[in-house]
Write a protein that binds this ligand. Sequence first.
Ligand SMILES: [Zn+2]
Length: 487
Amino acid sequence: MVKPLCACLALISLTLITACQPQPAVDPSLLLVSNVSVVDVEAGAVAPGQDVFLRDGRIAWVGRAGTSELPEPGRSFAGDDLFIIPGLWDSHVHVFSTEGEPDFALPLYILHGVTSIRDMGALISLDDQREVNEQIETGARIGPRIINAGAMIDGPPGSWPGQMVASTPEEGRARVREAAALGWTSIKAYSLLDPETYRAIAEEADALELPLYGHVPESVLLTGAIAAGHDVIEHFGRVTKACSTEEQAMIEGARAALASDDPFPALMAEMATHAFTTLETWDAEICDGAIAALVESGVAIAPTLMVADFYLGDDPEPDDPRLQTVPQSVRAAWGEPDFRRTAMTEDLLAIAPDAVQQDRDTFKRAHDAGVIMLASSDAAFLNPFLFHGATLIDELERYVLVGLTPREALATATLNPARLFGEESETGRVRQGQRADLVLLRANPLENISAVRELEAVIANGRVFDRAALDDLEATLRLRANSDASN
Ligand SMILES: [Zn+2]
């Protein structure tokens, strides 16, 4: 169903075939990155003059340049004047949202130094997704490692095609068991679930030791989700709503809408009023209570702050180079009126900037209080102007704009996801024993987060993409996007 990048490209031109050859003239099983500055995100410090020795896709040794007692490595990569950081994570993406999307999306992550992603919902089966994972792992396909987390359960009638739907606690439990039997290792709750069904899903997921991700349903209080054992809440706005003196009233409004004859439009109408209510009734004391509950429970948030730009109408210029790596057909769809934007009334548009600012302020407040944040883009061809790879970088810059330090922003894309997803021994640090998922930068990202744009090389699963290889990859994607061969 999904073709590997190389198989499709081979038909197009010699340039493309060249770009698909094993990358590049460096033996990935044995590599010395010499005399590089190692960025320690945890300590917020840089250790200059280090050698990083990679063997069989792992970091075999890190230490002062020239002092390794390891055998002479096969190849070396000069790290002089470069900074090495752990490969980045994007903790909320949709790479399987449309046919052919992985062929573009997956290499775009590598192109931006993103070596791990959590996929939050898809049109294709888990088996087909795992086939893609396997192709990446074996090197047949260029892409990041993927956590497949798209087992979505929604209330009736469902918000998107492909979701499981549950309208009673019994059905909710059954859907969780079915997902587990299919091999899913987590559950994603969605907005239309009623409170009882949601709690049953949470209980069943807990019994089967599946983490619970996803939206806090519109009919559930934030504290209700925390009590139910929700592990990662997607999109920050739900926390801001819990800072309102009227959260309970808004939840009851949502419940009434869901119980009506035509629940979906009723809920949409109800939700439109919540933006005004939240803006007018945000309360610092209530907010700090909600935030304290999140900190105490260890619930993490995938904030997806860049999504706000879409609602503000802050679209990229037509000549934005990122558009050139998006297939023509998708670009055309992004130019059409979007149902999410056309649903916004004049009044809603008028308050949008203030609502977004309130969201950002609350995000900063929650972060500073200790809520675990997971850098996340919500990139998908179905989500206009949220770019695979590039938007994660924008998101990190957004965190700094909102007030995080560059070190704190980097932690949301390295240390935090590694810890949250149980991969601390595998990724998130430049440390012996970790996977060789690394990024080499020409500037120090602890001084300026925009240094993550200054890529000199990306090492993904031990495979090295130097600057020339990254440029080749980008040229390949542009050519394909503009010929739209997959569509
Ligand atoms: Zn999403």
